[in-house]
Write a protein that binds this ligand. Structure first.
Ligand code: ITT
Length: 214
């Protein structure tokens, strides 16, 4: 059984492939040009793209996955949110840092609160006529400068919140059992990112709904 992941983003495919490999599910990229509806709701976007692609599945009993994510920055009223791809193409990560330049404090907790943000992902999976939807969130903050290295998209400027012993995210400023110590996603490995990732959380939740352990 193949899981087709409909996305243009190879970074997303690599992360999904790594996650599903633990459950013996092979992931293949599904290239399909879907029209995105104009809405500020990630779930509506994901479900619309899924519906458009279902008739084009290679085998009727294959699984089809769509996963839509966005970066929501609190001080920018949730911008770029559903416009994340567009913001990345036009402003880039440096443009986002420039927009937030004035949001700075010498107090680390206050600084973290001023620059708080979260990644959200909605994953929708179609299999045998049924669609399952799940969500994943990764709270954190925007760094003051970008790092080069791993990852894609906004990874160079997003620092995830620390996690407690159960893997739950802690409020900004609280030390956790797991921490990147202020390093953005772009400065850690993909395997380490998975512990925090909105995408991994959405996919785990999807698998648990489907009765396959995530
Ligand atoms: P598809 O819609 O074709 O899947 P996309 O790159 O547009 O590809 P999304 O809509 O899910 O994917 O993502 C919106 C933007 O947010 C896009 O620019 C991504 O690079 C970025 N993004 C999503 N998840 C990310 C992550 O885990 N780390 C960094 N940036 C991410």
């Amino acid at each position: 059984m193949t899981l087709w992941f409909m996305t243009t983003n190879e970074g997303k495919v690599a992360e999904a492939r790594e996650h599903f490999s633990h459950f013996g599910i092979p992931v293949r990229q599904f290239e399909f040009e879907a029209t995105e509806p104009q809405t500020d709701d990630l779930e509506i976007v994901a479900l619309s793209k899924l519906e458009q692609a279902i008739p084009h599945l290679p085998e009727p009993d294959d699984m089809l996955l769509v996963e839509d994510a966005g970066l929501f920055i609190d001080s920018l009223n949730g911008f770029p949110g559903v416009y994340s791809s567009y913001a990345l193409e036009t402003l880039g990560v440096q443009g986002v840092l420039t927009l937030m330049k004035h949001l700075e404090s010498k107090d680390p907790i206050q600084d973290g609160n001023l620059r708080s943000a979260e990644f959200r992902a909605v994953a929708a999976l179609y299999h045998n006529g049924e669609t399952t939807v799940a969500e994943g969130v990764c709270p954190g903050r925007i760094s003051h400068s970008s790092v080069e290295g791993e990852g894609f998209g906004f990874d160079p400027i997003f620092i995830p919140a620390d996690l407690d012993a159960d893997g739950e995210a802690l409020p900004v400023g609280e030390m956790g059992d797991r921490s990147t110590h202020g390093t953005p996603f772009g400065g850690i490995t993909m395997e380490e990112k998975q512990h925090y990732s909105h995408r991994r959380r959405a996919l785990s939740s999807l698998l648990s709904h489907l009765d396959i352990r995530g």
